[in-house]
Write a protein that binds this ligand. Structure first.
Ligand SMILES: Nc1ccn([C@@H]2O[C@H](COP(=O)(O)OP(=O)(O)OP(=O)(O)O)[C@@H](O)[C@H]2O)c(=O)n1
Ligand SMILES: C[C@](O)(CO)[C@H](O)COP(=O)(O)O
Length: 224
């Protein structure tokens, strides 16, 4: 669970994962949600080297959690997490990568990811089919053309791949100096086609200031 970001776009006085979301912090909400799943044996959380906040937090299942030092980019943090389990993981073990900044992910979506990918050689990701009419813009912010949306998807997390393949893919992207913003991008660079598993539309990533209140509303709605 990459959690070493500093939340530049959010712009708070601390990283967004340490802001309050209801009675807990964003990080506690996300971690406590995932540790409920019996299939998740361990949650490795890369944190920022200068993180002064995480030690103040209590979690529902601390025995499942391990903190490691994250890296400069999200992909470096994910690689640090994989390195931490390198000696214990088997090549074909499944690894889920989930942003700490996505506290509203539904456990039923993760269960579906498990079920639908169980016999897959490569893996896949939760994603949302694009709903709106999509425009290709010009540098002058004019419409160049309308993009057919039938096969357009927004990438979400969790993203689920086998340990060895994901490690190789991220290492290769790093060695080639290629910036990948999600795990699937690294796998794609190796020539594979990860599966797209349709997820709920409320799996919001808290990125900007206004997303926090929206996440709180969505979490409240999920309790109904
Ligand atoms: N060096 C980094 C950068 C990001 N992340 C994590 O990757 C996830 C998605 O990143 P993003 O939403 O971009 O978070 P930030 O990097 O914190 O935000 P920003 O890009 O606005 O600075 C977050 O859970 C974030 O903590 C990470 O572990 N290590
Ligand atoms: C992995 C991700 O959450 C998929 O939507 C996303 O790519 C993270 O980084 P971004 O910089 O906000 O795209």
């Amino acid at each position: 669970m990459p959690a070493a970001g500093t939340g530049k776009r959010f712009g708070a006085d601390k990283p967004k994962q340490y802001l309050a979301l209801g009675q807990k912090t964003v990080m506690q909400c996300t971690v406590d949600r995932l540790t409920q799943l019996s299939q998740i044996q361990q949650v490795i959380i890369p944190i920022h080297p200068q993180d002064n906040f995480v030690h103040q937090l209590a979690f529902q299942q601390p025995e499942k959690i391990r903190f490691v030092m994250g890296g400069a980019e999200r992909s470096d943090s994910v690689l640090a997490g994989l390195r931490a389990i390198q000696t214990q993981a088997h090549a074909q073990d499944w690894v889920l990568v989930h942003d700490v900044a996505r506290p509203c992910v539904r456990l039923s979506d993760i269960q579906r990811l498990f079920e639908q990918l169980a016999h897959d050689e490569v893996g896949g990701i939760l994603a949302n089919q694009v709903r709106d009419t999509i425009k290709q813009g010009t540098a002058e912010q004019k419409i160049s053309h309308t993009v057919p949306r039938q096969q357009l998807w927004q990438a979400l997390t969790p993203q689920m791949f086998r340990f060895e393949l994901l490690f190789k893919a991220l290492m290769q992207a790093q060695q080639q100096g290629l910036q990948v913003t999600d795990e699937a991008s690294a796998i794609e660079l190796l020539g594979y086609q990860p599966r797209l598993i349709a997820g709920a539309y409320d799996n919001l990533k808290i990125t900007y200031f206004e997303d926090l209140a929206l996440a709180e509303y969505l979490l409240d709605r999920q309790k109904i």
